[in-house]
Design a protein. Structure first.
Length: 710
């Protein structure tokens, strides 16, 4: 379930409590004018539609209604990536030429393992376990139900308006139609009163007064809003009951208003008119405010029993309803010391979901009461969001009733016969935000994905987590960005995103905030420091201004040093592609790499190929020749193919992959061909086949082009 759906459930739970309180108050006010009962429903409307409220020392809302229980999480055990062997008939097996190779020099150096880690795979928040298929099903059912109600209402309104096209205009906003049997008001911005034909003048007077009260009180707007709320909470039977009772109180209060205006002497005639014009059906959740709808019998009884209340009774009702409104509109004020208690309750729920996960995998596996061995807040950060966000370290032990069943769980962490919290990605760190002293559970981060021992590591872990949840923009620092693309020694293209963490413009230092490889993997840069990110970069800025490291003012130099030092890649400025006007959206585009090598395993009935990458050298690569001890005589054709190790890497092809062959009639140009023609062409080359250049991104081949061999 998504966060917005969890919020909807929470509002429905709180609204349900308010509905029950209002129904009880309604019973106590049954001899009081219905206007006061009608006013109480505004509290319910607010609670059902508004996701936030104020904190009040006097609140009738239970604290538990502000918290959504965790839904069962998917099993945490790692599932290995089982790949079947690639087999196919009519594969493209390209015969390789006797390439010129050399044992001189060293093989291409791989990338230095960086301190950064890819974007963390976080566990969703309470009620947001996307991996739970039941939660997805419930969301889809809710969407279907809401859509059906909205569509039904729109269709019913359109049909009604079509039937009113022949209505006769009487005066002002008053119309008469032979197509209807009961009066009603319809319209949002320009409400109209429609009367059925054949009414007596006395009946018209009552009806027009009644409908004018509706319009004056904006009931023609309130009821559609109430129906929209019903569409959102259609799964809650208490909301349906509230909608019906609110509509009944709306009509009763209008009846009472007419009696007050025209006097008690009209009660009998008014009641007879109401009975005669009863529609026999309800518009309710469609759109009109009909004169003869909503409990005719109850309305007649209310009219006959109506007495104008004494002034002191009115004051007492106003005071009571105001007090009830304050108590239901405000959230309970929580003491600061209760925050830890609330967070601990979520921790217990999290452990329960883990137990449920284990029991799902091994039905006979049961546990004794879990023991929390560590529950500690390790950090709090108030500048990531508008509200503080904190990290809590959780450690626990689960004692199984039958330890022999633990073997069925596979690779789990066991100490002294008890399961621990340790998972494949480390220990759980629960994430909470705080608003009005109320803890809101956001989700879980595993400490194996980041350095959680330093404030900078914790802050970066939270940033990755919140970015993936869509609560933060996809950039560590806002403002100007520089995008730098650079080649790896493997031939692949990666890119850096540089930002100014302290000051913007020429006076600000630059830093690499993240980088991305050609497979779309994103890595976040976390400086090695015991300080917070803000304090660390403030010191860097101050040092640069004092002349300690002026190179920090040059984004390209910062990029070069980062590539050399942090990534362990040899690079020079002339190999960089720099975009000084980049945005975070530019960085989101995965860089495309151009690789040269030999293609095998390509077949019509498969969507993959094997690629043996080589190093293509020409006379222009003098420095590389010197390192490899290769002489010009070794290049009779003007090129040299270095393939010290034959390694086939798998890549995916798609229907959009382009295939190009050398145009023999016009050397230097290429002809686009189909996949079938490409396979057929290389299948004919039994003795010698040229290498190909492929362009890839995210592990997918965008194009395959034959390399021209002189």
């Amino acid at each position: 379930m998504e966060p917005w759906f969890a919020q909807l459930i929470q509002m429905s739970i709180t609204g349900s409590y308010c509905i029950l309180v209002v129904i009880l108050a309604r019973l106590l006010l049954r001899k009081i004018p219905a206007l006061f009962s009608y006013a109480l429903w505004s509290i319910v409307l607010f609670r059902l539609i508004c996701p936030f409220s104020f904190e009040s020392p006097i609140s009738f809302i239970p604290a538990d209604t502000q918290r959504i229980p965790l839904t069962p999480a998917a099993a945490e055990a790692s599932i290995p990536d089982m790949r079947g062997a690639f087999q196919a008939s009519s594969e493209l097996q390209v015969p390789k030429p006797q390439r010129q190779t050399s044992d001189a020099g060293t093989p291409t150096q791989g990338m230095k393992t960086p301190a950064q880690t890819p974007a963390a795979s976080t566990e969703p928040a309470a009620g947001t376990f996307a991996s739970n298929p039941w939660m997805k099903t419930i969301q889809y059912l809710w969407l279907v139900g809401t859509g059906v109600m909205i569509i039904h209402s729109i269709v019913a309104t359109i049909r009604l308006k079509r039937s009113l096209k022949s209505a006769q205009h009487i005066s002002g906003n008053l119309y008469q139609s032979k197509q209807i049997t009961t009066p009603f008001v319809i319209g949002l911005l320009k409400p109209r009163i429609y009367l059925p034909a054949g009414l007596q003048e006395q009946e018209k007077t009552y009806i027009i007064k009644h409908e004018q009260v509706h319009i004056r009180r904006l009931d023609h707007l309130i009821k559609p809003v109430a129906f929209a709320v019903l569409c959102l909470h259609w799964f809650n039977p208490l909301v349906w009951l509230a909608f019906y009772l609110m509509s009944e109180d709306m009509e009763k209060s209008c009846d009472e208003s007419v009696i007050r205006q025209l006097g008690s002497g009209i009660k009998q005639d008014y009641s007879l008119s109401l009975l005669a014009l009863s529609s026999g059906r309800r518009f309710t959740y469609r759109s009109p405010l009909a004169f003869g709808e909503n409990g005719t019998k109850g309305r007649i009884r209310n009219i006959l029993q109506y007495r104008k209340p004494a002034f002191w009774v009115v004051l007492l009702c106003i005071a009571g309803i105001s007090s009830l409104g304050v108590g239901l509109l405000g959230n309970p004020k929580q003491q600061a010391e209760s925050v830890e208690h609330t967070a601990r309750e979520y921790a217990q729920q999290f452990i329960n979901t883990v137990i449920t996960s284990y029991s799902t995998r091994v039905p006979d596996l049961t546990f004794k009461e879990p023991v929390i061995t560590k529950w500690e807040q390790i950090g709090e950060y108030d500048k990531l969001l508008d509200i503080p966000v904190s990290l809590w370290a959780l450690e626990y032990r689960l004692k199984p009733e039958n330890t022999d069943l633990l073997k069925q769980l596979g690779d789990v962490s066991v100490e002294e016969g008890m399961l621990t919290e340790e998972g494949g990605m480390g220990k759980p760190m629960l994430v909470f935000s705080y608003k009005d002293s109320v803890a809101d559970y956001l989700g879980v981060i595993r400490d194996g994905e980041h350095d959680m021992t330093s404030p900078a590591g914790q802050e970066m872990a939270l940033r990755v987590f919140l970015e993936e949840k869509g609560q933060l923009p996809h950039e560590t620092f806002s403002g100007q960005h520089v995008l730098v693309q650079f080649p790896l020694t493997t031939g692949e293209t990666s890119q850096l995103l540089l930002s100014q963490p302290v000051k913007q413009g020429d006076a600000g230092i630059w830093t690499v905030e993240r980088w991305k490889d050609t497979n779309g993997n994103e890595y976040y840069h976390t400086p090695q420091t015991e300080k917070t990110l803000e304090a660390y970069y403030a010191d860097q800025q101050s040092g640069a201004e004092q002349g300690k490291d002026a190179s920090l003012f040059d984004p390209v130099e910062v990029a070069v040093q980062y590539i050399k030092t942090d990534l362990g890649q040899p690079v020079s400025r002339d190999k960089l592609v720099v975009n000084y006007e980049a945005t975070s959206a530019d960085f989101a585009v995965t860089p495309e790499s151009r690789l040269t090598g030999y293609v095998t395993g390509l077949a019509m009935n498969t969507d993959s190929l094997d690629f043996d990458q080589v190093e293509w050298l020409t006379l222009a690569d003098a420095d590389r020749f010197a390192a490899l001890n290769i002489k010009a005589d070794d290049l009779p054709g003007g090129f040299y193919i270095l393939n010290k190790y034959e390694i086939n890497d798998p890549y995916k092809v798609t229907p959009e992959t382009e295939y190009k062959l050398v145009n023999r009639e016009q050397p230097g140009t290429y002809t686009s061909v189909s996949k079938q023609d490409f396979i057929r062409y290389f299948g004919q080359l039994t003795d010698l086949a040229p290498p190909c250049t492929i362009t890839i991104s995210k592990g997918t081949v965008n194009s395959i082009t034959e390399v021209y061999l002189p």
